[in-house]
Each structure stands twice: as structure tokens, then as C-alpha cells.
Design a protein around this ligand. Structure first.
Ligand code: F6R
Length: 246
């Protein structure tokens, strides 16, 4: 494993969630007005629950934090209960004292998606760049919606969802026909520009891709393998996810 990667292996998902939340809370305490990148998906749910607990018990203050989410379906209404906008409100933002004007999620309702992507990059830069980006990893190694084969040089952009992603996401929608065909995602380059990364990975189903990402060749075929080139990556995994590491 690359020396710039710090790995914590926790017993189970509960312990992983606590560890990741504590590490992230330390970042917020060190830099309350910092810029923080959030992810959706099932992996960070436990971490977000723990962050809410820390906010309530120790008054972890989010009021000065600026946030940017990795991605959003396109097109999708914010009010749609499958939107990542809805996900972030339900699972985190409604329960902490984040300042609404400081929250950024790619706009699934934008009339001009290309300009929304350009503006998103500009807003990240104007905020001073991301201090710490939370990341999950897909079973195929994707980060954000950057699927295998996408360029490491990509900025925030509109992508076509692969048939596999549409099928896999259809479990959350009424039918596959309801799944949006596109998404807006930070590019690999955008993610790599973050000053630090907090990667979380859980479960047996991720063990092989987790090993490939951390210890395999650095290749766009495994988008998460690019993190081996990042100077400051902290990883929290559970034993199952880490079970195939050398
Ligand atoms: C979420 C995201 C995705 C997920 C990945 C893992 O904003 O960009 O890359 O992190 O699909 O998803 P889960 O955690 O559901 O296994």
C-alpha cells in the first residue's frame, strides 16, 4: 500500500461508522470554516448517523462549513425522494446546523447541464478548494459516477449512466424506466484536487475491488486506484472489506 495512505480496519460496519465520523469531526473542529465534500450511497449512512450524534452530544458546529456533494442524477427534481439532494437532507443536513447557503449539490433541475458543471467547478475553486472529501467506492471501482474507463483528467461533467448502474439503481425507483439516464458528477481530477480524502469501504462484496484499488495497478479501469497517487488519503474499512488485502 502507498505510504501516503493511512488505513484503519475496524471490526464491523458500526465501528467503521464511528471511526470515520470521529475522524471527520476532528477535521471540522480543526477547521470549522473548511470546505467538505460529501457522498451519498449506503456506506456513509452510519457515519452520518454518528455525526448527527456528535453534533447533538458535543455540539459539533457545522454552521461555518461549506459543503460540496460528489454527484446528482440528471435530470431529477430536488423534491424527488430518489434525488441525492433529498438523500443529504434526510440523512444529514436536516439534523445538523449546516448553513443552507453553504450547501452545494449539482443541480438536477438545471436547464443547462454543461454550464451547471462549469459553475460547480468554479464554485469549488472560489470556496478555496475542498479540504476533505468523503468517498465511497462502487463494486466496479467507481468513485462519484466516474465509471471504469473514464479519464483521470476529467472535471465535473454530465455522464451517461451505464446499463449496469441503471439496473442496479432501479431497485430504488418504481421501474428501470424511471431511473434517470444521466448524472452530473465531479470528475476524477476534481476529486484528486481535494486536499485530503476520507475513503470508507464496507462488506465482503467490496473486498476484491478494495484490494485492487489500494494495491493493484493504477488504471482508469479501476477509478479508485487513482487514490494511490493522492498525497493524503485516510481509509476506514471493516474487516470484511479488508479481508483480501495482502
Ligand atoms: C455516491 C457516489 C458513489 C458511491 C458508490 C458506493 O455519491 O458517488 O460513487 O460512493 O456507488 O455506493 P454504496 O456506498 O451504496 O456502496
Amino acid at each position: 500500500m502507498h505510504p501516503n495512505m493511512l488505513l484503519y480496519v475496524e471490526n464491523d460496519y458500526g465501528a467503521l461508522s464511528k471511526k470515520a465520523a470521529n475522524l471527520f469531526a476532528d477535521r471540522i473542529r480543526e477547521k470549522p470554516a473548511g470546505v467538505y465534500g460529501f457522498a451519498t450511497g449506503s456506506t456513509p449512512l452510519g457515519m452520518y448517523r454518528e455525526l448527527i450524534k456528535i453534533h447533538n452530544a458535543d455540539f459539533l458546529d457545522f454552521s461555518k462549513a461549506v459543503t460540496f456533494n460528489l454527484d446528482e442524477y440528471f435530470p431529477i427534481k430536488r423534491a424527488d425522494n430518489q434525488s441525492y439532494y433529498h438523500f443529504m437532507n434526510e440523512n444529514l443536513f436536516n439534523h445538523i446546523n449546516v448553513t443552507r447557503g453553504n450547501v452545494h449539490i449539482p443541480d438536477g433541475e438545471a436547464s443547462d447541464a454543461e454550464s451547471e458543471c462549469r459553475m460547480y467547478e468554479i464554485k469549488i475553486q472560489q470556496a478555496g478548494g475542498i479540504d476533505c472529501q468523503i468517498l465511497g467506492v462502487g463494486a466496479n471501482g467507481h468513485i462519484g459516477f466516474n465509471e471504469p474507463g473514464e479519464s483521470f483528467g476529467a472535471d465535473t461533467r454530465v455522464i451517461n449512466l451505464t446499463e449496469m448502474s441503471i439496473q442496479s439503481n432501479s431497485r430504488f425507483f418504481n421501474s428501470p424506466a424511471d431511473v434517470p439516464r444521466q448524472a452530473i458528477t465531479m470528475g476524477v481530477r476534481t476529486i484528486m484536487m481535494s486536499r485530503s480524502i476520507l475513503l470508507i469501504c464496507s462488506g465482503k462484496a467490496k473486498a476484491a475491488i478494495f484490494r485492487d484499488a489500494l494495491c493493484g495497478p493504477i488504471t482508469p479501469l479501476v477509478p479508485a486506484s487513482v487514490l494511490q497517487l493522492h498525497p493524503d488519503v485516510c481509509i476506514v474499512a471493516d474487516k470484511e472489506a479488508a479481508s483480501l488485502l495482502p
